[in-house]
Design a protein around this ligand. Structure first.
Ligand SMILES: *Cc1c(COP(=O)(O)O)cnc(C)c1O
Length: 417
């Protein structure tokens, strides 16, 4: 007997594709899933029907005209198609025999991208959380670091990595612009990995990438802003990144990839990989890094780069940056609003001058357009330029509307002093 579930069912796949193309089709209710593991299945097509609302219709549309809130981008359709292909073949990059070709694809993607950061190789990880952990692990093995030093605005994954690796963690205050400055640096970094952030999560600040001459290892967490290196216009924002020993970049942020997709890159990949490799006797090639079995995450990224090229991605990024600058201009010229700082990497942080109106003001903003963050214990609004298809005029109008004088809808501007 053979099991049909493992053979392509053209009608079933066509149904799945139809629902993808028309997510709002029909009025399927949210599935009420059985509380317990079902003893008998309902069949593949009914299961798809049940799950379509949660996975398609009710999912936020990250490419919608008003989506400008988070570091999660819309994904190009070619990445959907290639993800379906990779799921069907389930290549395991741990074993060359089950992934004869996919290992080469990952190498190509890394070879294409690493030089933009002055690195000579690396590998893919499921996110920059894992990329940062991997980099600090390599730093500990290669240089015997005992401390991780990072700015107070560094991502929590750095502290997490330090905890896992048994490193002391030292947080350094940032300057007024949210970046690390020379004056605030600890005097002795000879036993430390200095972690510099290129594009902080809260406000998009870039640490001085020239810091750390005296550090045992320098790691740049470029999870968010790393892809600016693809843009002729904005690459210089990250000048100096090539001085680092390692770099983390999330492909599921500004490289527009489905999760989970990121890269950890090294200045000296041979030495770094050797330090974090294990070769069990059942493996044909050593297992490099944190993951055991892992899939062809590189394939959708490679397909996207092959289809649209560096110039295509740079256009998406440049367009997003242009929208960020227009939004920042609109905020800074609105007397009801306060812009924290001009955006360096497409993260716009602002709030109403009358902070008593923060709550209602946020609720009056277009749904899903804006996120809320805390900086130094205070609440701010944040927009993130991850969506090149945002309708920025509509969003600016929506923000203006939310702060119209009473009598119209929205919040009162503060009284003139
Ligand atoms: C998002 C982010 C991370 C974590 O990356 P994931 O891909 O979400 O694991 C690390 N550092 C910075 C600066 C980030 O913005």
């Amino acid at each position: 007997m053979t099991f049909d579930a493992f053979h392509a069912d053209a009608a079933g796949l066509r149904f799945a594709l139809e629902r993808l193309l028309k997510p709002a089709l029909g009025s399927d209710p949210t599935p009420s899933l059985p509380a317990m593991l079902p003893a008998e299945g309902i069949g593949a097509e009914r299961a798809l029907r049940e799950l379509a609302p949660a996975l398609l219709a009710q999912a936020a549309d990250l490419g919608a005209p008003d989506a400008f809130a988070h570091m999660d981008p819309p994904t190009p359709w070619i990445s959907w198609a290639v993800t379906l292909w990779t799921a069907s073949r389930n290549q395991n990059l741990l074993h060359p025999t089950t992934a004869p070709a996919a290992r080469g694809l990952e190498r190509s993607v890394v070879d294409w991208l690493a030089p933009l950061f002055g690195m000579d190789g690396g590998h893919m990880t499921p996110g920059s959380t894992v990329a940062n952990l991997t980099a600090l692990w390599a730093a500990r093995e290669c240089r015997g670091i005992r401390r991780a030093v990072a700015s107070e605005d560094a991502h929590l994954s750095i502290r997490k990595a330090a905890d896992i690796l048994g490193l002391d963690y030292q947080s350094v205050p940032t300057g007024a612009d949210g970046g690390l400055r020379n004056a605030d640096m600890p005097s002795d970094l000879s036993d430390a990995c200095l972690v510099l952030t290129a594009g902080t999560t809260s406000r998009g600040a870039v640490d001085d990438l020239g810091l750390g001459d005296d550090a045992a290892w320098v790691h740049v967490d470029a999870a968010w802003a790393g892809p600016l290196r693809l843009s002729a216009r904005y690459a210089a924002t990250l000048d100096g990144i090539g001085r680092a020993d390692s770099v983390a970049v999330s492909a599921h942020k500004w490289l527009f990839q489905p999760k989970e997709s990121a890269l950890v890159l090294f200045k000296d990949t041979a030495a770094s990989h050797a330090a974090i490799s294990y070769g069990d006797n059942y493996l044909a090639v050593p297992n490099v890094g944190l993951l055991g079995s892992h899939g062809a995450t590189a394939a959708p990224l490679l397909a996207t780069l092959l289809a649209y090229g560096r110039s295509g991605l740079a256009q998406w990024i440049d367009q997003s940056m242009n929208y960020a600058e227009r939004l920042a201009d609109a905020v800074s010229t609105n007397r009801s609003l306060e812009l924290l700082a001009p955006p360096q990497t497409g993260v716009i942080v602002w709030r109403p001058r009358d902070t008593a109106t923060l709550g209602p003001a946020f609720d009056a903003l277009p749904q899903g357009s804006t996120s809320r963050i805390m900086i130094l214990g205070e609440t701010w609004f944040r927009n993130v330029a991850a969506n090149p298809n945002v309708d920025i005029d509509q969003l600016i109008a929506g923000i203006k509307d939310a702060f119209e004088p009473a009598g119209r809808r929205g919040i009162n501007p503060p009284a003139e002093e």
